[in-house]
Design a protein around this ligand. Sequence first.
Ligand code: B12
Length: 403
Amino acid sequence: PVSAILEAAEEHRADVIGMSGLLVKSTVIMKENLEELNTRGLADRFPVILGGAALTRAYVEQDLHEIYAGEVRYARDAFEGLRLMDALMGVKRGVPGATLPELKPRRVKATTTAVVTEPEEPGEGQRVSRSDVAVDNPVPEAPFLGTRVVKGIPLKDYASWLDEQALFKGQWGLKAARGGPTYEDLVANEGRPRLRGLLDKLHTESLLEAAVVHGYFPCVSKGDDLIILDENGSERTRFTFPRQSRGRYLCLADFFRPEESGETDVVGLQVVTVGSKIGEATAKLFEANAYREYMELHGLSVQLAEALAEYWHARVRADLGIAGSDPAAMDGMFRTEYQGCRYSLGYPACPDLEDRAKIADLLRPERIGVHLSEEFQLHPEQSTDAIVVHHPEADYFNAGGRR
Ligand code: B12
């Protein structure tokens, strides 16, 4: 909460406040926090730096700058954050010539020349209620209905599902510099050896407690809804997903048999975690100011949560008897060249994080030590949930516009 941020800023006599917005929801929170700083008359005292995946430069430097009575800037990465700190401190200390970087204007096409041609929209009264997704695909037989808990999954089972590129580039920031080693050299000489060392450490110190709760549920679809049924065929709960407003008019519900077909479909749900011990280990490194080690271990732990989710998804495909078209090589897996799709709530096809509560109700992940917070975040952090869809046409798609 913003009050805790402000208390800490006062206590440590901070010069600048930095906030990170990782979730779409946090874009709204950033705005509210800045308004709160305005209300408390603190805008003059605290310049603000904002970063994180959910924010864009235009949103921060145009929209938020407009409402904040103090200075606010966007940092693309930690290094831009440092440059901004230098500039802000220069201005604060009155260093001659010190200025803040110019605000970046939003790049918009000139309205006089831009002609926006909307793809054909269905007319009034013709709202598309279903896409052309096939409804005659075979429905696989689930190995059981209901939920199961699996604990103590060994690291060696899911380590090979680690997406090295996401780890090295996304988390560890390995990047070729001009005149320096190439990315491939960095991976060979730094990335892989450090990764091997860390995986050994995780294993010998038993820092991972990988566990899964998963289940198969009978279901049908109705319009934009996926209806989960109980054993008597009555409605247990329902998810409502956004439908694309053009193109194929896809909606996640379309990948399940419609109610009027009289048939019942099956959906998989899963929550995976690598446990809470790893969070304690990374927190210790952070407190000891061992930032590099922290960043490497934390980055690896979050990618291992993702690896576990992907590994489990493969087991579900095998259980459902649809693993026949799985690609032979791992990079094909990362490109999702298999039958079906694992949709995590919060992603574009199913953006509502509130729906995580329905998954938690159905799976009861507290049985593997995972809890859903009021902000719909799973704790421990290195956990992720998913709706597993078997339909051969299921793939990632964007159904924006109804967030
Ligand atoms: C790795 C990852 C995960 C990991 C770990 C998450 C974590 N805690 O770190 C796992 C697999 C666990 C995960 C899970 C989930 N994730 Co995720 N995840 C990502 C991913 C791919 C990368 C995030 C990351 O670690 N980046 C690396 C760090 C170092 O980079 P960064 O955060 O961007 O920060 C850098 C800069 O932005 C900048 N910066 C950031 N903040 C600040 C602040 C200041 C002051 C400064 C100066 C700079 C700065 O500096 C940093 C270093 O350069 C993002 C997509 C993306 N590309 O960002 C999605 C993303 C964050 N996840 C998303 C979602 C939806 C989820 C889940 C809710 C999915 C689910 N249903 O299970 C869960 C939530 C987990 C939970 N516990 O509840 C969405 C969130 C969008 C939304 N709807 O709100 C994202 C944006 C993906 C997307 N495109 O939709 N996720």
